[in-house]
Design a protein around this ligand. Sequence first.
Ligand SMILES: *Cc1c(COP(=O)(O)O)cnc(C)c1O
Length: 356
Amino acid sequence: MKKHNFYAGPSILPEYTIKNTAEAVVNFAGTGLSVMEVSHRSKEFVAVMDEAISLVKELLDVPAGYEVIFVGGGASTQFCMVPFNLLKTKAAYLNTGAWSTKAIKEAKFFGEVVEVASSKDKNFNYIPKGFDVPADADYLHITSNNTIYGTEIKTDLDLGVRLVADMSSDIFSRPIDVSKYDVIYGGAQKNLAPAGVTFVIVKQDALGKVDRAIPTMLDYRTHIDKESMFNTPPALPVFAALQTLKWLKNMGGVAEMQKKNIEKAALLYDEIDSNKFFKATVEAEEDRSLMNICFVMNDEYVELEKDFMELATSKGCVGIKGHRSVGGFRASTYNALPKESVEVLVAAMKEFASKH
Ligand SMILES: *Cc1c(COP(=O)(O)O)cnc(C)c1O
């Protein structure tokens, strides 16, 4: 049976990415060698890295003065690299969930951290609004998409302060105004590539302003100067990332993706809102994620949760179990997820309602 992959991360990748990567594992760029066994200094791999970097710039319309790097360590290492490189005295953080909380913890090693607002009071099921950001903050850190709770900041905030964003789970899902950010980062394993590579977009001018010494590997300038080849890059994930970037371009780019993502999400949220057995955990429409759609059984039907899980599984739906801190269900509708998969899930919800 065809599987419908709703995992939150690692998560679905385009068939194009999987096929081309599988081929390159056997025979990379006509070398007769696997992409796993060639030097990262070979002209074939250097070409992969260069093209991946230039496609990120092209797809996101990255302005002059910004660099794109691929590093290891996941988004979790960026939680400390950001303040290491950017936090002079004080930074502002918006707390919208577990990942923000972890970022805040790391920033406190480097200076004063002002938590400008938090949605912890309601298990992070909304995005706080109307908060003040100290004018002297070096930056405001946001988690644009909260993978666990299904909330998303879908616009580029205008709060009179430089932004830093963890975009692990919504990068390339919409056009962004990169000029508002000093750093955009994320683990690739949600919307781009297999786990093992981390993307960072960084504004050159934001660097070199802190007084502290920065260990070589944790200094953005190291990776910028060496074009992401200071040490051995994760070659296979970078190759796969390039395939996804090419696929994105063929699909019409991030604006086209955004249209598709809006359509897919509307389909599922509409069913959740109209089906009496289910309810969305995020109420405010403007806060609802287009990437991770969280829902639970309505109060009087909680004991039917297992039944629905079984029905959905029997239709080929995989990975819809909600995160343990939210419960219920989470359908991740990343770029690579076809609309057809959402239709299958929605049909299962309708069938469930008619059966009960
Ligand atoms: C998955 C995730 C992370 C953690 O990424 P790692 O690459 O595993 O460190 C951080 N932030 C967000 C928003 C995520 O979804």
